[in-house]
Design a protein around this ligand. Structure first.
Ligand code: ATP
Length: 321
C-alpha cells in the first residue's frame, strides 16, 4: 500500500480518554431485549471487535453508538460527546459504513466516492482509496452493476474518505471473497497504524482474531467474554500439553519429577497428555525426561482454543447457531 500516512492519516490530536465508552446499554424492541446491559470501551487507535452470532445485538449496539438509535437505558460517550445530543459535532469526526443505504443506483462508483469526498474539508485522496480497495477498474461502473463485494468496498471507501477519527464497521467483509477480505483487513490495519479507532462487528472468528486488539463476545445482547484474542483463546488452555512418543512409556518417573498436582496419561496409543499449568519449566521437565529415557517427543503442543471453542464453552452452542 502506498503513502498510507499522508493518505489515511489522522490530523486531529488524539482525544483524552477512550474514543468510545458504553455503560449499561439496554435496548428493547417490544418483548425482545436486543441489548441487555452492555459495557464496552474503545481506546483511541485500537480496534474493538464485537463478535456474536446472528441476532446477538451487534447492529443495534453499533447503531446506538453512531447516534442512529437511542438507548432505553445506559450511557454512550463518543469522542467525549453524546452521539445524539451532539450529533452535528460528532458526524464529521466519524465514519459509518452504510449497507447500500444512500447510494444512487445509477451513479458510478468513482463519482460516488468523489461526492462523499466533497463533503469533507480534508478528504483522503479518493484515487488512493480506489487503488487500495481494488476498485480502480470498477470506478466507471454504476453502483447497481457492482458485485456485492465491490459495493461493500465502496461503502468502506465512503466511510473513510472524510478522514474520520472513529470508524464503525458493521460486518465489513460480508459477502466478499478471500482476496477482497484480505485487502480490507490490510486497510483496516493501516487505519489503526494511523491512530484511527475502529469499532467492528463480525461473526467471522478469523476476522476478529486477525484484526481486534480487544474483543467482546456477545450473545442475546449480553457479554459472554471480553479480552484480547490471545487472552480469550489461551485462557484455560495452558492446562494441557500433548505429545506423541513410542507407546507404552512408564509415566511414573515423569510424574515424580513434575510439580505436585500434575497428571500424565497415555490417552491413545503413543499419544500422551500432561495436565497442569504448562509453564516453561514444566515444558523443560517433560522434554528433559524424554531425553533421559532417549525418546523423541513429536507433535508436542500446548493446546490453544479457537474463538469458536470459547463461544461453545461459554454458551453450549456454536457461533452459527
Ligand atoms: N427494528 C427492530 N424491531 C424489532 N426487533 C429488532 C429490530 N432490530 C433488531 N431487532 C431484534 O433485536 C435482536 C438483535 O438484533 P441485531 O440486528 O442487533 O443483531 P445482530 O447481532 O446484528 O444480528 P445479525 O448478525 O443477524 O445482523 C434480534 O432478535 C432482532 O430480531
Amino acid at each position: 500500500m502506498s503513502s498510507p500516512s499522508s493518505a489515511a492519516g489522522v490530523t486531529g490530536a488524539a482525544a483524552a480518554g477512550p474514543a468510545l465508552s458504553v455503560k449499561g446499554l439496554v435496548k428493547r424492541y417490544g418483548d425482545t431485549t436486543a441489548v441487555g446491559g452492555l459495557d464496552l470501551e474503545l481506546q483511541t487507535g485500537e480496534i474493538l471487535a464485537i463478535l456474536g452470532p446472528n441476532g446477538a445485538g451487534k447492529t443495534t449496539t453499533v447503531e446506538i453508538c453512531e447516534g442512529f438509535q437511542s438507548p432505553d437505558e445506559g450511557e454512550v460517550t463518543l469522542l467525549g460527546l453524546d452521539p445524539i445530543a451532539d450529533n452535528e459535532k460528532v458526524r464529521s469526526r466519524i465514519g459509518v459504513m452504510l449497507q447500500g443505504g444512500g447510494a444512487y443506483p445509477g451513479a458510478r462508483a468513482g463519482e460516488m466516492l468523489r461526492l462523499c469526498a466533497a463533503y469533507s474539508a480534508d478528504p483522503i485522496d479518493p484515487d488512493w482509496l480506489l487503488e487500495n480497495l481494488g476498485l480502480v477498474e470498477a470506478q466507471r461502473t454504476s453502483y447497481r452493476r457492482l458485485s456485492g463485494g465491490q459495493q461493500q468496498r465502496l461503502a468502506l471507501a465512503c466511510a473513510l474518505v472524510g478522514r474520520p477519527e472513529v470508524v464503525f464497521l458493521d460486518e465489513p467483509t460480508a459477502g466478499m471473497d478471500a482476496h477482497a477480505r484480505i485487502m480490507v483487513w490490510e486497510l483496516i490495519d493501516r487505519l489503526r497504524a494511523d491512530g484511527v479507532s475502529v469499532l467492528l462487528t463480525t461473526h467471522l472468528m478469523d476476522e476478529a482474531e486477525e484484526l481486534a486488539d480487544q474483543l467482546i463476545i456477545i450473545d442475546h445482547g449480553v457479554e459472554v467474554a471480553k479480552g484480547t484474542p490471545a487472552e480469550l483463546t489461551s485462557r484455560g488452555a495452558e492446562n494441557e500439553l500433548r505429545f506423541h512418543a513410542p507407546r507404552g512409556l512408564d509415566l511414573t518417573l515423569l510424574e515424580t519429577v513434575l510439580p505436585e498436582g500434575y497428571s500424565c496419561s497415555e490417552f491413545s496409543p503413543g499419544g500422551y497428555l500432561v495436565r497442569g499449568q504448562v509453564t516453561p519449566q514444566v515444558l523443560a521437565t517433560v522434554t528433559g525426561w524424554c531425553a533421559k529415557i532417549n525418546v523423541l517427543a513429536t507433535d508436542l503442543r500446548v493446546e490453544t482454543r479457537s474463538l469458536e471453542d470459547v463461544f461453545l464453552e461459554l454458551t453450549g452452542r456454536g457461533m452459527r447457531g
